[in-house]
Write a protein that binds this ligand. Structure first.
Ligand code: XIL
Length: 782
């Protein structure tokens, strides 16, 4: 009975990443700095003389709660007889609705600093009963939500019956200056005049133009690119709601996180005091522009007022006082924004200083002011601890805004201990919620999401750690948001840099590409990706150039890497993620035997393998030692007529696009020595394998003599292993068989057998028919 070779395989995957330099995107260059000049060039003046009135009337208009009039009177003006008079009408004292609006005849170009001078006067005779009149000042381009455009920053007050000159410099305008509002900074009747004058308006341009960072609105939208995967956002401040930022935002993003405006310190400076003006301006802006808002953050140890959890002397409040404040604060704030935010970072950064193994997440809770207050009066016999504020916060947030998705948000979330602590915390709190009588919807978790802040840099964490954390949070059963992503450039020796070389930009972009390949792969679990900074110049980590746009707002390499991460890596000659998963196996493969024929079946799998030319071959130390066989539909057969000498080899699968190698995987494979030896005087006979699997020996004349004319010679055939060939053939010239009535002695591991020219030889259950006929000695397995 013929037997086949069986070939052992050992499977363990090796990854080989081949780096080949590829083409690079063009890098934007930063415009040169201009030498500062302080020349002042007057652009417009308005004195409200009768001769100018006709022109001025088309430029100056009143707002809804005021009137304007060109007024004359002896000495009424600031050094002359003419003013523009403002009169409040109705009951609305909102500053914007009482402002006098100047539409410039022609807008003044961006890139300059402008000087605006204007004199205000409040006549006491027309303002009986008013208290101090606050804040004369100007607002540029009607942008009441943009702090930089509301000047001066501290407008102060104005004494009655005294001219006060407001004299301010604008920031370098990033957009054209089109209008100026003259207004009093108050919405109160008591502090807003009913009658006032303005005079001697002077608008000048200062110095030379400066390079204006400009958003490119013709590049693909990040939000659109990822619209079927997750929301794509960035941060915003109330000072940044100008039209250029707005147009950029609408073009690139679909969700925003207030960078600071919704933090406790921004909202509540003192107990019972809630100031929503900044955050509300963001909400209004977002609603107007179709941008969703993520709330950040309700409970944090940082940027939070003391009243929440501390006494005035800094000692912690009691547990019950802190709990009451927590409830008041969250119900007020989350209640205020109910229906206006899609989600909240309910608790931020509550874990700290742990290490593996994590057995109790509460043991690694940060000893924050909230923790200390909650510990102050905790009944430890009931299992209470300082960390209980976390559970309470989520419950209060759920009650205040049941439709918002509730997140726990933290940084260093890729540290092994922290991912585990976060995972356990989420699992523990959600399990507890299931037993809570306030839970009206058991199908819904209390903590529904984990925010991975993702403040990274190119030196770490390794993207594999990001993936491991994503997997851990998925295991905890929650959604994920990449909530504050910025990945600065950092060399391995820790150097950060504000200006990146092209090579550094590419390094950073590759890092971003690897991250976004992961985010794409887990998109089903990711609700939102938010970049923490619109441009490097605006980032809180600006020293490491961490975000997608540079200081001139030009898209960096990072931006292109984010748009098409795999494509970007391919351009750099790096393997895209789809091929990281290239897995190779060699089913039915035992160890190959040197010299024998072998077929190795190879299976290869990867996400988009069909898009690559994939080949398989046998290699030793990276050197190919078989033909290449094309993998079709994930399989190939490597066919080797004669396996090479014994040793460690590998079955290699390479995936190419064109001539570029994108992935390479290897499975180790052993070729074992062929112990199936025929030795004559200690010299092995070489053999080949014929079509039907016979080991074919071709002894030379001397060997043949020894083999067939044995007197004292020993022919050893080691039959001790279980490899079977169909038969053994000695190819012997016919004339040598004239006299073959000889005994062959085969020394085997099991003993020695002597056979005649024709014999059936049995050794340990193995039967071989030895035939010596003309020209051949044949030993056949039976
Ligand atoms: C940062 C802001 O970006 C800065 O403007 C501010 O000065 C400090 O806070 N983790 C957070 C964010 O949750 O709120 C922080 O934002 C960055 C770290």
């Amino acid at each position: 009975m013929n037997k086949k070779f069986s070939i052992k395989r050992r499977v363990s995957l090796l990854t080989a990443t081949i780096m080949i330099s590829g083409s690079l995107y063009t890098i934007s260059t930063i415009a040169p700095a201009y030498a500062a000049s302080t020349d002042v060039k007057t652009m417009y003046t308005y004195d409200f003389n009768p001769t100018d009135q006709a022109t001025e009337q088309s430029l100056f208009t009143s707002a809804s709660a005021s009137q304007v009039a060109w007024q004359r009177g002896s000495g009424i003006g600031a050094g002359d007889d003419y003013v523009l008079k403002g009169t409040h009408i109705g009951t609305d004292y909102t500053a914007a609705n009482n402002a006098i609006h100047l539409a410039l005849p022609q807008s003044l170009p961006a890139g300059y600093v402008y000087k605006i001078k204007v004199s205000f006067y409040v006549p006491s005779a027309d303002n009986q009963g008013k208290s101090t009149i606050t804040g004369p000042g100007v607002v540029l381009n009607g942008a009441y939500a943009v702090n930089q455009y509301k000047l001066p920053a501290n407008p102060g007050t104005i004494a009655m019956d005294t001219w006060k000159t407001v004299d301010i410099n604008t920031p370098v305008m990033t957009e054209n200056l089109t209008s100026v509002d003259f207004r009093f900074v108050t919405n109160n009747a008591a502090n807003h005049p009913d009658v006032w004058y303005i005079d001697h308006i002077e608008i000048s341009q200062i110095g030379d133009p400066q390079p204006v960072p400009t958003w490119n609105l013709n590049i693909p939208s990040l939000a659109d690119t990822y619209k079927s995967s997750f929301l794509f956002g960035n941060v915003i401040e109330p000072t940044q709601l100008d039209s250029k930022t707005t147009n950029m935002y609408k073009s690139y993003y679909n969700v925003t996180t207030p960078e600071n405006a919704m933090k406790p310190l921004s909202i509540s400076s003192a107990k019972g005091v809630y100031n929503y003006s900044g955050a509300d301006s963001i909400i209004a802006w977002a609603q107007e522009n179709g941008i969703q808002v993520h709330g950040h953050t309700l409970v944090w140890h940082d940027q939070s007022p003391n009243w929440l959890n501390k006494n005035t002397d800094g000692t912690p409040l009691t547990r019950s006082e802190a709990r009451q404040n927590l409830q008041d604060y969250i119900s007020n704030v989350a209640g205020h924004f109910k229906g206006k935010v899609i989600s909240w970072d309910v608790v931020n950064e509550a874990l700290d200083g742990g290490s593996l193994p994590i057995t109790d997440w509460k043991a690694v809770a940060r000893k924050s002011p909230w923790y200390m207050a909650y510990a102050n009066g905790a009944d430890t016999t009931k299992g209470e601890s300082g960390s209980d504020f976390i559970y309470d916060a989520f419950v209060f947030a759920r009650q205040a805004d049941p439709n918002a998705t509730l997140y726990y948000n933290d940084y260093n979330e890729t540290d092994a201990w922290k991912r585990e602590a976060m995972g356990q915390m989420v699992e523990d709190i959600n399990a507890k919620w299931l037993t809570d009588s306030r839970n009206t919807d058991p199908s819904r978790k209390l903590i529904e999401g984990v925010g991975m802040q993702s403040h990274y840099n190119t030196a770490g964490p390794d993207p594999s750690q990001v993936e491991a954390s994503i997997q851990r949070f998925i295991q905890a059963g929650v959604k994920i948001s990449v909530s504050e992503l910025d990945a600065g450039y950092r060399s391995n020796d820790g150097q950060a840099s504000t200006t990146l070389t092209q090579e550094q930009q590419v390094t950073q972009a590759n890092y971003y590409a690897h991250l976004f390949e992961i985010y794409k792969a887990y998109a089903d679990h990711i609700q939102r990706v938010t970049i923490w900074g619109k441009a490097d110049s605006q980032s809180w980590r600006n020293t490491s150039s961490p975000v997608l746009f540079d200081t001139m707002y030009a898209p960096k390499q990072d931006y292109y890497a984010v748009l098409d991460p795999s494509g970007y890596l391919v351009k750099q000659g790096l393997a895209p993620r789809s091929l990281y998963d290239l897995s190779v196996s060699t089913p039915d493969t035992n160890s190959l035997i040197a010299g024998l024929h072998a077929n190795i079946m190879v299976n290869a799998a990867a996400a988009d393998l069909g898009n690559y030319k994939v080949v398989a071959y046998l290699a030793k130390n990276g050197v190919k030692c078989s033909d290449e066989f094309q993998i079709v539909n994930g399989t190939a057969k490597i066919s080797i007529p004669h396996a090479p000498a014994a040793g460690q080899y590998s079955v290699v699968v390479d995936a190419f696009k064109g001539s570029t190698l994108h992935a390479s995987q290897a499975v180790p494979l052993t070729i074992i020595d062929n112990n199936f030896k025929v030795a004559v005087n200690g010299t092995n006979l070489n053999y080949t394998l014929d079509d039907i699997g016979n080991a074919v020996f071709t002894p030379n004349a001397k060997q043949l003599d020894a083999l067939l004319n044995i007197d004292s010679q020993t022919v050893s055939i080691d039959l001790s292993d279980d490899r079977n060939v169909t038969g053994i053939k000695f190819i012997v010239p016919a004339e040598r068989f004239k006299n073959v009535d000889k005994t062959l002695e085969f020394a085997t591991a099991d003993g020695t057998s002597k056979i005649k020219t024709k014999a059936i030889w049995n050794n340990s259950g193995k039967i071989r028919l030895i035939t010596i006929s003309a020209g051949e000695v044949i030993i056949t397995n039976m």
